[in-house]
Design a protein around this ligand. Sequence first.
Ligand code: AMP
Length: 219
Amino acid sequence: MLNLILFGPPGSGKGTQAEYICQERQLLHIATGDLFREHIGKNSELGQLAQSYMDQGNLVPDDVTIAMVKDRLAQSENHKGVVFDGFPRTIPQTEALAELLASMDQKIMGVIYIKVSDGEIVSRLSGRLSCKECQTPFHKKYNSFQTCPYQKCEGEYLYQRVDDKAETIWARLNVYHQQTSPLINYYHNRNLLTEVPGEGDVTNIRDSVSAVIESLLTD
Ligand code: AMP
């Protein structure tokens, strides 16, 4: 099983790269942010709980997040591995994921760290518009809506995520540096981490990510 983690700060392009990898290699995409937003859309109990943390730019508690991922994994079959996007984000989540995979005789094959500077993140997120229906991100200046990749709408569902407002972006970056960036050392020390530059042309980034995956497969 090709189980991968796409790691990086919010707005580093993990989701875009994950979509591509999953389509190309028949992998399951598990994006915890998207799962929480689906719950919010359905107004489920979990959605209401998650929203109170998300709107402030804080992390949803580990036990809730881990249970949701477990549930998602249990529902899925017929794939060749999983791309985790936005998960894990804390050391306890990292350990829970390792245990969960071990219980299925699996493990993480590699962690791809998409590195983007704070300044670039702020500029990307503050101009980001997302589709409420399919969650595809666009950018007011650099990548405005032209066509829906799923041919489902004409841009009528575009909105600015509450957590993409300027004051919340800094809170999220702070949380990333405090709680999530320690995972870089954690995975580096286990020889699982490869860094790719996340700024510049999206196809170059895609090529760098693909090259890392190829090298993992030939190791
Ligand atoms: P994202 O779409 O990945 O930027 O996530 C949006 C928000 O969802 C985050 O700011 C958190 O509030 C919440 N979230 C997503 N993934 C996690 C996670 N692994 N652990 C805790 N909270 C998460």
